[in-house]
Write a protein that binds this ligand. Structure first.
Ligand SMILES: [Zn+2]
Length: 254
């Protein structure tokens, strides 16, 4: 995933991150001084894009069908009675999708998350995954990690999906009450992953009534074993949510 300097756009990341924060007013100046680069190959791109056209063409979308939903669920180690699941794109090491996720998470570019969310929203529009107008609920970060990163990428992805579909985002419905180590950073085995996030989530009482009577689409950037999603789903089901679905941008090999 760490693709050395060849994949780094020519832009100092701190300045890019600053550009994302200062908003539209300052961005044209930053674009003149530091033209935006493709998140994967670094080629010049338009300011509103994330990938250049060839890297974008390399993204391989999964179909959004009942059969692929079953296949995605069957591939999870933990599924906690999720009723449906969609995955946006095939995951390739050093591919376009992993470059976007790396740029979003580790270089603090929350606009990449929204952009990915819009792609997912376009894929899901009109599909069974959105039947019954589910509430979009991001897998939460612990408050400490949220402050460190400055944003929750899953929440930004939700806002991108919402922009394409008009569905409501209930950002604070699920809370992470225990600080858990990053599953990826710890290189945990499957069972350890489950223990690491067990009882880490609770439902915010303010939003129980909002999510109880409608389907919930849990959203995250990556889903591997399903341990994190299934803990969130269990917390929702304990509060009476009957129809919990999963959506992820990509599913790396677990
Ligand atoms: Zn490119």
């Amino acid at each position: 995933m760490n693709k050395a300097s060849a994949s780094e756009p020519h832009t100092p990341s701190a300045l890019r991150a600053l550009g994302a924060r200062v908003g539209a007013a300052a961005r044209p100046w930053l674009d003149v001084l530091y033209p935006p680069g493709c998140a994967r190959c670094g080629d010049r791109i338009r300011a509103e894009d994330v990938l250049c056209p060839p890297c974008m063409a390399d993204m391989v979308p999964y179909p959004v069908t009942a059969q692929s939903s079953e296949e995605h669920l069957a591939a999870l180690r933990f599924r906690a009675a999720a009723t449906m699941m969609s995955v946006g794109f095939e995951f390739e090491i050093d591919g376009s999708v992993s470059a976007c996720i790396h740029t979003m998470k580790y270089r603090g570019m929350h606009r990449v998350a929204r952009w990915l969310g819009r792609l997912i929203g376009e894929q899901l529009a009109g599909s069974d995954v959105l039947r019954g107008a589910p509430a979009l609920v991001p897998v939460p970060l612990h408050a400490v990690k949220r402050i460190e990163r400055g944003f929750n990428q899953a929440e930004e992805i939700c806002h991108g999906i919402a922009r394409e579909t008009g569905l409501p985002v209930v950002a604070d419905a699920v809370r992470r009450v225990r600080y858990t180590q990053s599953q990826a950073a710890m290189k945990l085995h499957v069972e350890e992953r489950k223990t690491n996030v067990s009882n880490a989530f609770t439902i915010n009482p303010r939003y129980i009534d909002v999510v109880r009577d409608r389907p919930v689409l849990l959203v995250d950037d990556l889903i591997t074993t399903g341990a994190t999603m299934s803990e969130c789903a269990s917390a929702l089901r304990e509060q009476g949510v009957r129809d919990v679905r999963y959506a992820a941008v990509a599913r790396p090999p677990g």
